[in-house]
Structures are given as C-alpha cells and as structure tokens.
Design a protein around this ligand. Structure first.
Ligand SMILES: Nc1ncnc2c1ncn2[C@@H]1O[C@H](COP(=O)(O)OP(=O)(O)OP(=O)(O)O)[C@@H](O)[C@H]1O
Ligand SMILES: [Mg+2]
Length: 208
C-alpha cells in the first residue's frame, strides 16, 4: 500500500505547494516513485515534463477519492497531497487518510499562532519550518521563534526547509531540464526527513 503525505494548515502562503513539489522531487532523488496531488481549485495542474515525480489532478472530491484509491493499490509509491489552505473541513479529510501529516509555517508570529492551533487540532501532525531564513541576522530571530515551538512540542518539529530562491522553478508549468544544486539538496534533505518519519529507507550520505 502506498504511503500518503498530506501538506496542510489553516493559513495561506505557508509554502504548502512548494513543499509538496520539493518532496516529490526529493523522493524521486531518493529513488522513490511519487505523485504530487493538486487539490487547490485556484491552481492549475503542472506538467510532468522534467519532473522526477508525477503530477495528479484532484480538484474535485471525486477525483481525490479516485487518486487515493489508485495510490492505495500501488505498492512502493508515495502520494504527496497539497492541501489548499484555510479549508478546515478539507484538511480534516486529508488528515484522516495521511500516513504523514505536515504543517508548514514561516518565521512569523502569525504563522506560529495558526500552527499552534493546528498542532492541537491534529495531534499526529508535524510542524515544518518553511522558507526558513539563511542570513545570520534573520536566522537568529527565527531560531528564537522555533525554540519556543520546540519547547512545547519537542518531537513534533522537523528541521527547517531553507529559503531557496530557485524553489519557485518547481511551481512553473514546465521545469527546466536541470535544477540548481541548492534546490536539489533542499529537496533531498526534506524527503529524507519525511522518509525517516515514515520508517522508510533514505540516503542522507548523498546530501552535499
Ligand atoms: N523554501 C522556499 N524558498 C523560497 N521561497 C519559497 C519557499 N517556499 C515557498 N516560497 C515562496 O513563498 C510563496 C508561497 O508559497 P506557496 O505557494 O508554496 O504557499 P502555499 O501555502 O501553497 O500558498 P496557498 O495557501 O496560496 O496555497 C511563493 O511565492 C513561493 O515561491
Ligand atoms: Mg498552495
């Protein structure tokens, strides 16, 4: 039976779509077959060209049940479902079918406030710091915010996904034939964390 990772959260713009595609690419780099599933009615399905994963359209509830059914019948596959944001009912449905539930949040007090509510609401979900600052002065303030979350939920916070400007390439309709190394590394590292939490094999030694 396939594993299903759902990327959700009751706030817009936290990086759900970017993280879903980074996971797809990173799982591909780790030798897994993955499908990134679109549920957001406001977005278009992206082409599969040059991606190490499939893209699937589940913008209607019927399509979503169909894809989840198909995934469950496929051994060794990993489905990554990109939740739409601010759709609590929909998130609850996705939470029920997930083997791994991720809640991305950025380094803002507002994101952390919503994250805290979502961590209470979804007791199995993991917090995923997203678009995390890499320059020293910004990182220090972000780390303080992160430390407060870790203090309250020590085992439920993953390592940050760094801010990588080239991550926007993954959201283009068609990917360029090659991706920059920093993006590859961030994708691989994120996928390794997800695989670790799923109890699946991963290859951390390949991270540059
Ligand atoms: N790791 C990252 N590094 C740099 N920019 C990022 C990163 N993650 C997300 N972004 C940028 O942040 C913005 C929001 O990201 P994204 O669309 O993935 O969020 P979302 O949670 O899917 O939003 P929505 O709630 O609208 O669906 C985009 O412009 C994206 O390029
Ligand atoms: Mg999105």
């Amino acid at each position: 039976m396939a594993e299903i990772i759902c990327v959700i959260g009751n706030k817009g713009g936290t990086g759900k779509t970017t993280i879903s595609h980074m996971l797809g690419e990173g799982l591909g780099l780790n030798g897994y077959r993955a499908a990134v599933v679109l549920t957001d009615t406001g977005r278009a399905l992206l082409s599969r060209e040059n991606r190490r994963y499939l893209t699937a359209d589940a913008r209607t509830p019927g399509q979503l049940s169909g894809i989840v059914g198909k995934l469950h019948a496929l051994k060794g596959w990993i489905g990554v479902i990109d939740g739409g944001g601010s759709r609590t009912e929909h998130d609850r449905r996705l939470a029920d079918l997930a083997s791994l539930l991720l809640l991305p949040f950025r380094d803002s007090p507002e994101d952390v406030r919503t994250l805290r509510q979502d961590l209470e609401r979804f007791p199995d979900a993991l917090a995923l710091p997203s678009q995390w600052p890499t320059n020293p002065w910004q990182r220090e303030a972000a780390q303080r915010l992160l430390d407060e979350v870790v203090a309250d939920w020590p085992d439920r916070v993953l390592d940050p996904v760094p801010s990588v400007s080239s991550s926007k390439l993954l959201l283009f309709e068609t990917l360029p034939p090659t991706l920059p190394t920093p993006l590859h590394n961030a994708c691989r590292q994120l996928a390794a964390q997800a695989l670790d939490r799923l109890g699946l094999e991963f290859f951390p030694e390949r991270i540059a």
